[in-house]
Design a protein around this ligand. Structure first.
Ligand SMILES: Cc1cc2nc3c(=O)[nH]c(=O)nc-3n(C[C@H](O)[C@H](O)[C@H](O)COP(=O)(O)O)c2cc1C
Length: 358
């Protein structure tokens, strides 16, 4: 029912500027009475991130940046939600406008620059919902003006461990100058060591989220470092700074920032398959980038994702998409006579890594 209401409001929301529309959506979600999420078909349940997750369809970071409405988002039918990005000190992010809808490409360009109410605000909001059901994580980053970026991640981990199910180390946001340099091997090794120490006894699940714009040599190094430092899962991928020649909205394509949505599907899915082939089952992968249908979700799973996430397609298609993807996944399982999602993970990784998305 909630999904229906929000789908009904889509034309109205799309008449507003994207950031205002989004703020209005978050505010409306905050007004919803608590509603239990729909019950999922047990065949959709996935064991990952150290716990059973009722379905593999998650909300990607950046939608609920200030950790305001996790329970309302879970009630839309997501199997798990990633809040944030959160950085230690409150910061405003880049000047507006900083989000652009490339409608004809079913894409978004954003250059928010990790606008955040800060770690303390996130802590208070998450503490208030501690103990409620639902798998919730937070995406963490470093302040733009930080003199100790690694210390920023460690502070986020130390403060939020125990309040959430997982924390995602975001070294892939294109909108904080220098942040993606933390994907370099020496930095990353240091960063992940500090993050490991900061989680201490809590053993909160640590996920590392990577950019799509990396070479395969860089991927080799990231995978080796993540395995060595005990990262629990990898998310592939964040938004891209590239601008595929296929983009139709040429004027908006020139805006600086990270591109998400349909044009990101092919490159992020290929990188996901390349990652899967290197991980060899040693940790689960979260596939994100351009998921807008059950077919796209199934391709991510077959490329190697145990879980998937989406953001941009929610803006274009509304929350009815979530139930649609789950129904479609059940149909794929039945057509291929599989008992669970896990049985399909990585089945086409070799083919997809070659660029053949079928
Ligand atoms: C407006 C916007 C804000 C985002 N903010 C974050 C963020 O704070 N941290 C992060 O790791 N990813 C962020 N992302 C990236 C998404 O989590 C996701 O990786 C990317 O959009 C690709 O998925 P999609 O094609 O389904 O949107 C943001 C994306 C958008 C569109």
């Amino acid at each position: 029912m909630i999904a229906g209401l929000f789908s009904f409001a889509l034309p109205f929301l799309h008449a507003l500027d994207p950031e205002t529309a989004h703020q209005l959506t978050i505010r409306s979600l905050g007004l919803l009475p608590p509603i239990a999420p729909p019950r999922d078909d047990p065949r959709l349940s996935v064991e990952a991130l150290g716990r059973p997750i009722p379905n593999p369809v998650g909300l990607a970071a950046g939608y609920d940046k200030q950790c305001e409405v996790p329970d309302a988002l879970l009630s839309l039918g997501f199997g798990f939600v990633e809040l944030g990005g959160v950085v230690p000190k409150p910061q405003p992010g880049n000047p507006r406008p900083r989000v652009f809808r490339l409608r004809s490409d079913e894409a978004i360009i954003n250059r928010f620059g990790l606008n955040s109410h800060g770690l303390e605000a996130a802590r208070v909001r998450l503490l208030a919902r501690k103990g409620r059901p639902g798998v919730v994580g937070v995406n963490i980053g470093a302040n733009k003006d930080s003199g100790d970026r690694i210390g920023d991640y460690a502070a986020c981990v130390a403060t939020l461990s125990g309040l959430v199910d997982f924390l995602t180390v975001n070294v892939s946001s294109p909108n904080t100058p220098g942040l993606r340099d933390l994907q370099g091997e020496a930095f990353l090794d240091d960063l992940l060591a500090r993050v490991g120490e900061a989680r201490g006894e809590s053993r909160t699940t640590i996920v590392l989220k990577i950019a799509p714009d990396i070479s395969l040599d860089a991927l080799d190094a990231i995978v080796a470092t993540a395995l060595r430092r005990g990262v629990d899962a990898l998310t592939v991928s964040n938004t891209t700074v590239s601008r595929p020649a296929s983009l139709r909205d040429a004027a908006l394509a020139r805006e600086a920032g990270g591109l998400s949505g349909k044009p990101l599907f092919a490159p992020s899915t290929r990188l996901l398959a390349e990652t899967y082939l290197r991980i060899e089952g040693r940790m689960p992968l979260i596939g994100v980038g351009g998921v807008d249908s059950a077919e796209a979700a199934w391709a991510k799973i077959r490329a190697g994702a145990s879980l998937i996430q989406l953001y941009t397609a929610l803006v274009y298609k509304g929350p009815g998409l979530i139930a649609g993807i789950k129904r479609g996944l059940i149909r794929f399982l039945e057509a291929e006579r599989l008992a669970s999602i896990t049985e399909a993970v990585g089945r086409d990784a070799h083919r997809i890594a070659q660029g053949d998305l079928g």
